[in-house]
Design a protein around this ligand. Structure first.
Ligand code: ADP
Ligand code: MN
Ligand code: MN
Ligand code: MN
Ligand code: MN
Length: 378
């Protein structure tokens, strides 16, 4: 009897709440939001230096939605933002448009919440001048598609303490031991900031990004993760989303991840974004001829690449610290002082891929992919 009473009571309260929902709807007040969509875009500024750190160029804001829109970007509505606050428009005509292009699970909020990578458009419906993804789309014609280009980007970054503004884990008012034991190092004296690097790896995997690994780097407090191999648009989308996750998780750890090409002056490694690149031909037996042909073409447009491979890259490409001097183009097998390296296993096999070692960590991945495609396949 008591049980029946209870059923009746809860049944009537359900009816009451659904009629309340109806009356809210009648008043045009939406009732239940179940999905958070974080719209992410680039402001195209490559970051402004401040106190040795660099602001990253990513921006984002949250939209709540009444239904689960899934992972198809076309299911998500366009949105707008105030371009005058991001350096992308004048105050008098400030609306910019966000067009969703890639959706992944938000690993921090969890499903059904998502991250939505967007392209930026102007109010008149054209790609915004900062929209480098649109410029990449333009070079991807049938010939490029048939070549099946793949990219793998090694994203290095340096962890800075939010409180001290110094590299995370470095002794107060001093320096750690000289470089040597830190690359792929293990132990509290060698690896600074691993909890963030681990949390970031986990987040990228949960989001379904093609993250292929992580390692600690030569400069203590510097780390790397790799995205790839993936196609050109996927590369840019996933590098941006993975950078967003790194910055977002850094908020929780009190760590600012900087992509500054030379975060510490002097005898310390800079921070790069080696980009590994191949076509179907390069990846097939006998592909070394295609790799060398691509290297030859790239040798003829070195300045064009250098001018777009990251602000401040001249501080990093000095000819020291595993780099080639910025004004020199050199390629070599297993040579970490070259502009383009052909990995030893690739040489031994006779096919595979090449590694462009020139891009700085703050490079725009859509730009690297466009330049490599344009200058090797067109
Ligand atoms: P390194 O030896 O320079 O540190 P990593 O192992 O860090 O190289 O990174 C190599 C990257 O190259 C990875 O992201 C990997 O996915 C990518 N890669 C592997 N094979 C190819 C290929 N055929 N084309 C493009 N990228 C590739
Ligand atoms: Mn406002
Ligand atoms: Mn690497
Ligand atoms: Mn590295
Ligand atoms: Mn490398």
């Amino acid at each position: 009897m008591a049980f029946t009473m209870h059923m009746k009571a809860s049944g009537s309260s359900l009816r009451a709440s659904s009629s309340a929902t109806r009356s809210r709807k009648a008043l045009s007040i939406r009732a239940a939001y179940i999905q958070k969509a974080e719209y992410v875009w680039s402001d195209g500024q490559e970051g402004q230096p401040i106190k040795g750190m660099k602001f990253n160029e990513l921006r984002s804001k949250t939209k709540t939605l009444e239904t689960d829109h899934g992972l198809d970007p076309s299911a998500y509505p366009d949105w707008s933002f105030d371009g005058s606050s991001t350096g992308q428009a004048e105050g008098s005509n400030s609306d910019c448009i966000l067009k969703p292009v890639r959706v992944v699970i938000d690993p921090i909020r969890g499903a059904p919440h998502v991250l939505v990578m967007c392209e930026v458009y102007t109010a008149d419906g054209n790609p915004h001048p900062t929209n480098t993804r649109a410029k990449l789309r333009e070079v991807i014609d049938d010939k490029v598609k048939a070549a099946v280009p793949w990219f793998g980007l090694e994203q290095e970054y340096t962890m800075m303490s939010k409180t001290t503004g110094k590299v995370f884990g470095w002794p107060e008012g001093g320096y750690p031991a000289p470089q040597g034991p830190f690359y792929c190092g293990i132990g509290a004296e060698s690896a600074f900031g691993r909890p963030l690097a681990e949390a970031h790896l986990e987040a990228c995997m949960k989001a379904g990004l093609n993250i292929s690994g992580i390692n600690s780097e030569v400069l203590p407090g510097q780390w790397e993760y790799q995205i790839g191999p993936v196609g050109p648009l996927e590369l840019g989308d996933e590098v941006h989303l993975s950078r967003w996750l790194l910055h977002r998780l850094g908020e929780d750890f009190g760590i600012v991840a900087t992509f500054h090409p030379k975060p510490v002056k002097g005898d310390w490694n800079g921070t790069g974004a080696h980009t590994n690149y191949s076509t179907l031909e390069m990846r097939s037996p006998g592909g070394m001829d295609a790799i060398l042909a691509a290297v030859d073409r790239l040798s003829k447009c070195h300045p064009e690449h250098i001018s777009q491979y990251g602000v401040g890259n001249e501080e990093r490409l000095t000819g020291k610290h595993e780099t080639c001097d910025i004004n020199t183009f050199r390629h070599g097998v297993a040579d970490r002082g070259s502009s383009i390296r052909i990995p030893l296993p690739v040489m031994l096999k006779g096919y595979g891929y090449l590694e462009d070692r020139r891009p700085a960590a703050n490079v725009d991945p859509y730009v690297v992919a466009r330049l490599l495609i344009k200058n090797t396949l067109k």
